[in-house]
Write a protein that binds this ligand. Structure first.
Ligand code: MG
Ligand code: FE
Length: 187
């Protein structure tokens, strides 16, 4: 359905005054993303701390923990510009993350595999959420948020790509170590 120029102008004006529902939606999504980064930092720190025999994975995760902290900081800046002070996890998103976290459970024999799988899944959830944020920010004319989310998206894609490229060798190393007597395979 098309709208008249007057209707369109009225909408655009509402957007710029900062009181539209669309704007509140963007803030909600930014809040979700911020909470997810804080969660991600905790999850990755726990995982990296347990890895003993997969040094490449460990240092890649440590690099991404640093990036993740920077991401949370940049998202906080976006939220601050909207005067938002809360950081609560939304139900649906929280459940998705609980799922990813559940997979990274430290009490399974194939911990390194489940943790890598969880990290890979998590990165793709992040990629989806930044693609959505970029489009939403763009539709509201919020160039700063769009730019920040584009930078973050690049970092998430790089991490997802690294995992994609290394999952086979991590798995093969795990398989090999599993059959070696007196050697730990799980982490
Ligand atoms: Mg992230
Ligand atoms: Fe990430």
């Amino acid at each position: 359905m098309s709208e008249s120029p007057q209707q369109h102008y009225a909408k655009a004006t509402t957007r710029q005054t900062g009181s539209s529902e669309a704007r509140e939606q963007l803030v909600d999504w930014l809040r979700d993303a911020h909470a997810a980064e804080e969660q991600s930092e905790k999850m990755l720190t726990k995982f990296a701390g347990r890895i003993e025999n997969y040094p490449e994975l460990k240092s890649q995760i440590q690099r991404h923990i640093e990036e993740t902290r920077g991401q949370a900081r940049r998202l906080k800046q976006c939220l601050d510009r909207y005067g938002d002070t809360t950081s609560t996890l939304k139900d649906a998103f929280g459940r998705m993350m609980a799922f990813a976290q559940g997979m990274s459970g430290a009490f399974v024999d194939d911990e390194i595999i489940k943790g890598s799988m969880a990290a890979y899944t998590f990165e793709h959830m992040e990629i989806a959420s930044y693609r959505i944020l970029i489009a939403a920010a763009e539709s509201l004319g919020d160039t700063e948020t769009r730019n920040i989310c584009e930078q973050i998206l690049e970092e998430e894609i790089a991490m997802a790509t690294w995992l994609e490229e290394h999952l086979p060798e991590i798995t093969q190393k795990y398989m090999l170590r599993t059959d070696m007597p007196g050697v730990t395979a799980k982490h």
